[in-house]
Design a protein around this ligand. Structure first.
Ligand SMILES: NC(=O)C1=CN([C@@H]2O[C@H](COP(=O)(O)OP(=O)(O)OC[C@H]3O[C@@H](n4cnc5c(N)ncnc54)[C@H](OP(=O)(O)O)[C@@H]3O)[C@@H](O)[C@H]2O)C=CC1
Ligand SMILES: O=C(O)[C@@H]1CCC=N1
Length: 255
């Protein structure tokens, strides 16, 4: 069994670890390193908390999962040897990773939080890997969900739509549920039905073979209530509001 090490143990690392554990990776094959949370994860999840250099020695795949602006400070004193280094640091390029870590065995990825249930969509761009590290990356990424090679120039757009996207979907579910409450539903029921409606709609769209635009028309009966709502969304510039937020996300400078 491959051994995985996570430097940085926040929301993204924890989502990835959950995904690995769900695929029967043994907790003993996962090491974690961070100033505060690693010890707690070791206690609660049975993974091993190690100082970063020892974690590198003990791992086949080393995941960098701290904040992008911490890259130099965290890796400065570390020797990665020829270990596979997988970064999830938004905005940090392959060249920057190679320069900071001193190894070419790096893969830049941009996952999303849905890796926690092996349903992520993750972009990757890699330097030239050894055959062993290439295989190790494939085995690792198979556990995350879907994985797509993306040119680095497209990473910011990918990050906005797929990386940040879950937050925007949660925001939509929250707004849908709140609107349900305003119209007489209990908060519990409104949240449950908004969540299931988004989950079911995404699954239906994925298997439908139709566009998201066309699927709207399968819900909107002629002259019915959905058309009234869609017309109102159009009048309120819904697409433009979303596009504006995505532009703000794409334009953000990470480090
Ligand atoms: N959250 C998401 O959905 C996504 C996040 N990412 C990327 O993942 C990375 C982490 O983001 P996220 O998990 O959201 O952030 P969090 O704030 O949840 O986690 C940051 C982690 O960095 C750790 N850390 C701080 N200093 C050090 C150090 N010196 N050595 C090791 N670890 C350190 C913290 O440790 P401690 O807890 O012990 O203080 C914490 O576990 C970012 O680079 C982000 O761009 C990419 C795609 C999606
Ligand atoms: O918010 C962030 O910066 C990271 C990148 C994509 C999702 N979370």
């Amino acid at each position: 069994m491959a051994k995985y090490g996570f430097i940085g143990t926040g929301n993204m690392a924890q989502a990835m670890i959950k995904g690995l554990l769900a695929r029967q990776v043994a907790p003993a094959d996962i090491a974690v390193s961070s100033p505060h949370t690693a010890a707690k994860l070791a206690q609660e999840w049975g993974v091993k908390a190690l100082p970063a250099q020892q974690l590198i020695q003990a791992s086949d795949v080393v995941v960098l999962a701290f904040l992008p602006n911490q890259l130099a400070a965290v890796v400065n004193t570390l020797d990665f040897g020829d270990k596979l280094v997988v970064s999830v640091l938004a905005g940090i390029t392959v060249d920057q990773l190679v320069a900071a870590t001193g190894t070419t065995q790096v893969v830049r990825t941009l996952p999303n939080i849905n890796v926690a249930i092996n349903q992520g969509i993750t972009a990757y761009a890699k330097a030239s890997l050894t055959a062993a590290n290439d295989t190790a990356f494939q085995a690792f990424s198979d556990q995350l969900g879907q994985v797509v090679a993306v040119p680095e120039a497209e990473f910011a757009a990918f990050s906005a739509v797929a990386g940040s996207g879950p937050a925007y979907v949660f925001k939509f579910i929250d707004a849908l549920a709140k609107a349900g409450v305003e119209n007489g539903l209990s908060a519990e029921l409104a949240t449950a039905i908004a969540t299931q409606t988004v989950a079911g709609s995404a699954q239906l769209l994925a298997v439908s073979g139709q566009s998201a635009q066309a699927m709207q028309d399968t819900v909107a009966s002629p002259g019915g209530s959905t058309r009234a709502g869609l017309d109102d969304l159009a009048q309120q510039q819904f697409d433009a509001v979303v596009a504006h937020a995505i532009k703000a996300t794409v334009n953000h400078k990470h480090a």
